[in-house]
Design a protein around this ligand. Sequence first.
Ligand code: PLP
Length: 297
Amino acid sequence: MINRQGVFKISIGFINGRFISIEEEVIPIDERGHQFGDGVYEVIRVYNSMPFMADEHLERLMRSAEAVQIEPNQSLDQLKEIINQGIEISGLTDAEVYIQVTRGISPRQHHFPQCPASLSMTIRPVRLVSEELRRNGASVTLMDDERWANCYIKSLNLLPNVLAKQAAYSAGHYEAVFIRDGLITEGSSSNVFVVKGQVVYTTPLSKKILSGITRQAVIGLCKELGIALEEKEMTTEFFMDSDEIFITSTTTELLPICSVDGQTIGDGKPGSITQRLYTAYQVLYKGTKNRQNRVIL
Ligand SMILES: Cc1ncc(COP(=O)(O)O)c(C=O)c1O
């Protein structure tokens, strides 16, 4: 499976110090990520063989780990090195890196064991959003936010997110958008933006949402492009009565939302500000240099 020449393109795994075939069955029965969801994770997009906004993702991974008192065995630089090595071995130029740190492997007990943290990773070809969805926009459904109080931590415990996403899918929607105390928080795996009268709005950072790296990039692009942006608590009425809606995430990038629970948003087509920001986002990531420091546009 070693692929130093970049000849093959393969999905690969990594666990506690070694690269493995993606099919290898490796999780020990007493792994706490497996038994308790006792860990944190990141998803990083690879463009042109380079991880995009890797520092931001890995800094968030460290913050999440600190928040749940897990001490990763690797420094941020070592993590970056492992990811880069993995990308090289996989031979993939466009990929998704999934990386998780757990409290480790120890006989099951609730309190913290004395054991080193585990690190595992997968690198796979990217699953692109269909061109049709990008062109026509997606639909979302609103749902009560039944998650815990610390959604700023990118924890492995995703059961409420999984159930919400499945309920949305089963009802023919792309995403579930959560409401807590009458206010929009975020999607089950995305942040939420609204455009109204040429102003872009997004939910302010708090413990109720994840500080999305794509959200951060989009806020930066608004500043660069001179588009007014406001971080604002949004009621359901405010959300439904918008000119444009889009969601953001590492894998979805920016995706226009043209319908909420069957109600058309704006004129039912992806809006002009959403499109402008998506184009700018593409320029941003297409400027990602590959390993030979060449910019591929
Ligand atoms: C709950 C939640 N909010 C927001 C996001 C978007 O974060 P990012 O842009 O860093 O991928 C994600 C991504 O998976 C998520 O799971």
